[in-house]
Write a protein of this length. Sequence first.
Length: 448
Amino acid sequence: MTISKILIANRGEIALRVLRACKELGIATVAVHSTADADAMHVRLADESVCIGPPPSRDSYLNIHQIVAACEITGADAVHPGYGFLSENAKFADILDAHGITFIGPTAEHIRLMGDKITAKKTAVELGIPVVPGSAGEVLPENAMEIARQIGFPVLIKATAGGGGRGMKVAKNETELEEAVSTARSEALAAFGNDAVYMEKYLGHPRHIEVQVVGDGEGNAIHLGERDCSLQRRHQKVWEEANSPALNVEQRMKIGQICADAMKKMKYRGAGTIEFLYENGEFYFIEMNTRLQVEHPITEAITGIDLVHEQIRVASGGGLSVTQDEITFSGHAIECRINAEDPRTFVPSPGTITHFHAPGGLGVRVDSGAYAGYKIPPYYDSLIGKLIVHGRTRVECMMRLRRVLDEFVVDGIKTTLPLFQDLVANQDIANGDYDIHWLEDYLARTAP
Ligand code: MV4
C-alpha cells in the first residue's frame, strides 16, 4: 500500500528527524503535540498539527485514542512512533491495524516476542544468536540455588518484563542468592506487574555493543554494522560511536551476518537493534529493540543510508533500497547526547534557552528542535539535541569533535556539553579503552 500522509506520534528532535525523511519522500506530515509543546519546532515544520492533550505524556503522547482520532481527522494513513512513547507498544500496533492505519515498525507479534525477555532470549537461541549462559526460562525461588550452582557465581537475576536495567540484582555467592531473587521478584512485580525472573552468568566488565538491522518482512534483511554504547550513566547512554573501537572488520561482518540471517529467518519487518554484551572477544545477546534508536545517526553517517527512509519503504511494502553487498562502512562517527541537565549530577535543567548556535562544517550533523527563545518544558526527557560528528578515521573524528564542541553555544540552561569537552580530552576515551562502568567510575573519581 502506498503511504501519502504520516502522523508522527512523537516530539522533539526525533519528530523533526522523521519529518525530514517524509519531506524528502514527498509524503505529507501531521504533527501531534501536547499543550506544553504548542511552540515546538516539530509543530511548526509539519504540514498540519493536532493538539492531543495536556502536558503529562500519559494524557497526550501516550494517549492512543487521541492519536487514532488525530489520524481520522487528518486522513493520515500511517503513523511513525519515533522512539520511546508508543514505539514498542504492541497494543498500539494492533489498534492502528484494526483502523486500517499503517504502523511504521515491526508486526505487533514481533514487538511482543521481544518485549518479553525470556521469549526474546529463547528466540535468539533458535535463530543462532549467541546468548549469555543462564537459566532455560523462568527461575522460581525453590529452584534458584540449583540453577545458580550450574551457571556458577556471580549470577544476575533479571525481570522477564524488564529491560533497560530495571529489576536486576547481582548475587556474588550462595549467601546473597535468596535475597537477590526475592528483591528482584518484588521489584519486578512493582515495576511491571509481573514477578517472573530469569538468571544469567554475571559479566563483570563488558562493553555494550549493538547491531543495527533492517528487514522487509518478506525474508530479506540487512545489517548496518554495530554501535558501541558503553559510555552510559544509570542506563542512560551519553556517548555512542560507530564502529566500536573494540572490533575489527572480521568480527563486525561476522556478528552482523549472524544478526541479518536471524532477521531473515523470522521475516522481521522494519528497523531493529540487537543488543549484546561483549567481553573477552565474545558476544552475548541481551535484548532486541524493535524500533529506531536515538543513536541511529552514527550508523547513517558511516553507511550513508537513511534509516527512516528504509523504515517507511518497508512499511509500505516497497522493500529495502540496498542489498548487503552494496553497503560499505566509511570512517568513524560519534554522537554526543546534549541534555538539558547539570553535566556532573545529570539533574534536569528545564527553562528558556537564551542563545543557541549550532556548529557546522564538514562531517557535522546536529539533530535538535531547540532554538533561541525556546522554553524547555519540564514534563519530558531532557534530550534537547544530538551532535553527530563523522571523520575518515577515529582520530579525525575526535579532533573534529573537539573543534565542534567549542563552537556549540547553548545559554540560559545547564547542558551536558562541558562533560563532552572533558571526555574528548581524556586519554582512555582517546584510546577507545572503556567498558559499561567507565563513565560512572570516572564521574566518581573526578567528583569535586
Ligand atoms: C547484564 C550485565 C552483566 N551480565 N547481563 C543492563 C540493562 C539490560 N539491558 C542488561 N544489562 C546488563 N545485563 C549480564 N549477564 C550488565 C548489564 C548492565 C549494562 C548493560 C548495558 C549497558 C549498561 C549496563 C549498565 C549496567 C549493567
